[in-house]
Structure formats: C-alpha cells, structure tokens
Ligand binder design. Structure first.
Ligand SMILES: [Fe+2]
Length: 547
C-alpha cells in the first residue's frame, strides 16, 4: 500500500512516502520553502502543512494523490488535554487541537483529490518510535526510547519493537520534559529555543558542570521509568544572556551542568528499559536524540551493545515514522531505511541546464571526485552537491561544505563562510576502513554523524580543525558500497595529503536551510567565499584573483 506521512504541528514540517513497506522519499518543507524549520513552533502556525514536500514526494514516486491508501498525520488530537491541566503556560495551545482535528480537510484542500477519510492520526510519540524501531536495521527486536519537548500530553516513551509490533512500557506526562528543559536553558543562554539547542551542547564543552547539585534536585528519574523536571529559576544561577552579548564562563558552566545532568538522566532511563527487556539494541528518536554527546554516553556506558539513532530524530522524522507505523498496522512488511539521502536529486542534464541558464563558466572533469580532492589538498573550500539531499539536519556528503582538516584556521574560515559563532565545531568525514585507527569511544561505523568520538592523541595535531576543545569529533564514516563518490574523493585526498579525513559541514549559510536544489547551490556559491562548486559531474571555479 501507499502511505503518505505528514508532520505539521510543532516543529520541522515534513512529508514522507512509504510504498509497500519501502521508504521511497522523505523531505523537510524548509528545503523547498527556504524558511528554516518551516515555521516557528507556535500554535498560530500549527495549521501550516508541508505542501511542497508532500507534492514532491508524490511526484518523485509518480504516484497520484488518488492512489494514496492512507495519510499518516503524526499527532492525535484525541490524546491532547487542556494546557493548564498539563501544567503548561500556553494559553493558545488549544489552537493546535483545533487545527489537528481539521487536518483531514486542510490536507484535502492542499492535495486536491485526497479523500479526507484516508487521514489517520498517529500518536506523536508512536510516530517517533516507529521512525527509530521500524527504520533501524534491528528488524527482529529493538528497544526504543523517545524523548522530545512534547507530544499531545507526554514528552517520552519507553518501549520495545518485537517483530514490528510496539509494546509501550512507560510514558512521561507533561509538564515534565527533558526537551522543554533544554529549550528553556537554550533561551536563557541567549539562543533561539526549538532551534539552537545544539549550540548549548557545543558551548557545554567550554564549561565545568558546577551547578550539577542544584540540577540534580530539580531533574531526576522516578525509579519507574519516568522522570521529573521541576520548575527551575535559571536566573538564580546565571544571569540571562542577551542575544548580542558575549558569552561568559558562567554561561558555559550552566550549559555544561544541564548537558551533564541530561546525560545522567538518559543513562538512568536507558538502564531502566534494559532491566525490563534485557535487549541488545536500543533505538532512539525525538529531538533529544540529536544530542550526540549524550548518545555517545548511552552507547559507551549503558548495557546496550548497539545504539541506533534516527537521523531525522526531531519532529521531521515523525512523517516517516507515522507512515511506517500505518503501513505496518495495515499489514505491510516494512524495511529499514537505506540511508538518509531520501530528498531531491537532479540528473546531469537538469544540472547542466541550470548552469547554462546562469551563464556561468563550468567544466566537466574526467572525475569530479579527484578534482575536488585536488582543490581540498591545496586548501580550497568546496561546495559539494551530489545525489539526493539528506533527510534530517545533518549534511552527510550530499549537500556539504568540504575543507582540509589539517589547517587549524579552517574552522574559523568555515565559520566565517557560514557566518556563525566561533565556538561551533565542524565535523570530520572519514573512510570507514580508516576510522578505528583515529576515532574511539563512539560506535563505528557511524554513517549518520549522531555520536561524538575521541580523537587519538597522535591524530589531534594532524587534523586540528575537526577536533573540538574537549578532544572529541562528531564523525561520519563513509562506506564505498553506499557512498562510492564520496569515498573516492576521500581516497584522492588521502593520496595527496596522507589524511583519510575531510572536514564536512552543511552546505548553507547562517540562519538558512541547507541547500537543496541547483539554484540554491548557485546562490550559496555566489554569495559565500567558496573556491569550487562540485555539482553533479560539473565544477564551477571561483575566478583566480577573486579567491
Ligand atoms: Fe516530537
């Protein structure tokens, strides 16, 4: 059967298409609308649907909307309760229920020809859980933990998939929420809540967790698989940072304290689940699962042998999870996702037409991977646009900015290209067969860049640009079988420099969504000091003298 998944209500609207249990397409609306995160996560915007992403999924698969058997909408308004009853200060929250109840009608008008009766509501955390348990390679059985800001009335789910069936052991009701706790401290530290949480994680590496005792009193597990997050006066610890103010050691210490406490609580929650199931594999989803520092501690210190995280762990992933859940419930056998490259791709002819229209000089080298390797070895910065775009927030070698990791200054250079804060790290991509010699502690292979790894002492000076202040790096392993072009580029770079590692960061500039189509790539190349654009088999060079 054909199931269209829709995430619309809170964060990161997205659509996904599952046909006969196979994931065919998945994409976030922001990549089409060019508005970061699609819309702000406020009740007034909750009616907006991922129309462009949904239309593209259908077009990509050549499926007419009338052929869709079910639409999975990743929120069930029947499970919601009034905000004040849930202890939330959100007087307009009821709009979310109203909009969700009317979603079948909204969807039918956005997708003409759709029967509103085909829309099924999937509980938000069940959709997250399916995006982990049903998309992971652990087909037979996998434990699952979901942690996010909030769903209908909860912020967590602990359960287990057995032969594709989910058993739920525990959920944590609001107002207790680790995701909302992290969002609140994000705002207190002067960043944008529901968006910049990863900046808090990066800032935490610069601090000491000296407020840990205070946090342990307010944030704790309850011994039954759940947890409490009591109201907390951040101002009593550290003065609120204004957006344009420099950060201080106090701010870094607060970030470190919250990060550390989050890790402790996640370890306790995963320990509780393991005690119940004695499982070997844990799968994770929900926005909290994008915290790669915490993920590594779970992998390293929990009893699980393997930890798998959905690359679109935030709400965008519920479009895929919702669709997989409905496909399973209707009797289809679902398959694990094959990779995160589930978005738009463009043929050589299409790309060449874009270049011709732009009247920009381009070449078609014999091997684009080798031309890029050469430019990187000469310390150029490369915009790399290849294959289908990534689902989820990480660039994984399809829409990436690449640079030489051996020059420390390249971190600053890339942060300048992107116009972002200097405390933000950039990540390494590494040939899978060379990873274990350089990186440890986090899981290997690590194809989705969702864990941090320790960098071996002997390598820290050789690849200083990708080593964070705490001696770690957020690694992506590259496998020849699944990413032959990227692997060839890495080989070419290693041949020239002796380094099997290249810096990989997302192809976008600050505040903008990742580049998705050739026009975005040309706009980004035209406005940022990048030396080479490698787009499909073609390259566009920054003219000599302007570099
Ligand atoms: Fe969520």
């Amino acid at each position: 059967m054909k199931v269209l998944g829709i995430n619309a209500l809170f964060h990161d609207p997205a659509a996904a298409l599952v046909v006969d249990g196979q994931t065919v397409a998945a994409a976030e609306e922001e990549r089409f609308s060019r508005r970061k995160h699609g819309h702000r996560p406020v009740p007034f915007a909750a009616w907006e649907l991922p129309e462009l992403a949904a239309h593209w999924c259908l077009e990509h698969a050549g499926v007419d909307i009338s052929e869709i058997d079910a639409v999975a909408y990743s929120y069930d308004p029947e499970l919601a309760r009034p905000a004040d009853e849930m202890g939330l200060d959100d007087p307009w929250d009821h709009l979310r229920q109203t909009y969700a109840q009317r979603a079948p009608g909204f969807l039918a008008s956005a997708l003409p020809g759709l029967d509103p009766a085909a829309v099924q509501f999937v509980p938000h955390h069940v959709a997250h859980a399916a995006s982990a348990g049903l998309a992971s390679p652990h087909l037979d059985a996998a434990d699952v933990l979901v942690l996010d800001g909030r769903g209908e009335s909860a912020s967590h789910l602990a359960g287990r998939y057995d032969a594709g069936q989910l058993e739920i052991f525990r959920t944590q009701e609001l107002p207790h929420s680790l995701g909302l706790l992290y969002e609140t401290v994000t705002e207190h530290l002067g960043f944008l809540r529901s968006s910049d949480e990863y900046k808090v994680m990066a800032l935490a590496s610069y601090g000491r967790p000296r407020f840990l005792d205070e946090l342990r009193h307010a944030v704790y597990t309850t011994g039954d698989g759940g947890f409490h997050t009591d109201p907390f006066d951040w101002q009593s610890l550290v003065k609120r940072r204004r957006k344009d103010e420099e950060w201080t050691q106090d701010h870094a210490d607060l970030a470190a304290s919250v990060q550390h406490r989050l890790e402790e609580v996640l370890l306790e929650l995963s320990g509780w689940l393991h005690e119940r199931t004695c499982g070997t594999a844990l799968t994770l989803a929900g926005g909290v699962a994008l915290n790669c520092v915490a993920n590594t501690r779970i992998f390293d210190e929990s009893p699980y042998e393997d930890v798998w995280v959905q690359p679109a762990a935030g709400d965008s992933g519920t479009a895929l999870g919702g669709a997989l859940h409905v496909a399973r419930a209707e009797g289809d056998i679902t398959s694990p996702m094959s990779g995160a490259d589930l978005g738009r791709g463009f043929g050589d002819t299409d790309i060449e037409a874009w270049l011709t229209t732009a009247r920009i000089p381009y070449e078609r080298p014999e091997d684009v991977a080798d031309t890029v390797a050469e430019c990187l070895a000469e310390n150029g910065i490369v915009a790399w646009f290849q294959g289908r775009s990534e689902y989820g927030p990480r660039a994984l070698g399809h829409r990436s900015l690449l640079a030489h990791p051996g020059h420390e200054r390249n971190l600053e250079r890339l942060n300048d290209v992107k116009g972002r804060e200097q405390f933000r790290p950039v990540a390494p991509m590494v040939r899978a067969e060379r990873a274990a010699a350089i990186f440890s502690r986090g899981p290997l292979p690590s194809p989705y860049m969702l864990f941090v790894h320790d960098v071996a002492k002997g390598w820290r000076d050789r690849i200083p640009a990708v080593v964070h202040v705490d001696g770690t790096a957020r690694v992506q392993t590259v496998h020849t079988e699944t990413e032959p072009l990227v692997a060839r580029m890495l080989e070419g770079f290693e041949r020239r420099t002796g380094l099997p590692v290249v810096i990989n960061t997302s192809l976008n500039t600050a505040g903008r969504p990742m580049v998705d189509d050739p026009r975005d790539a040309l706009e980004c190349f035209g406005s940022a000091p990048v030396d080479l654009l490698a787009i499909g088999p073609f390259v566009v060079r920054r003219p000599e003298g302007t570099r």
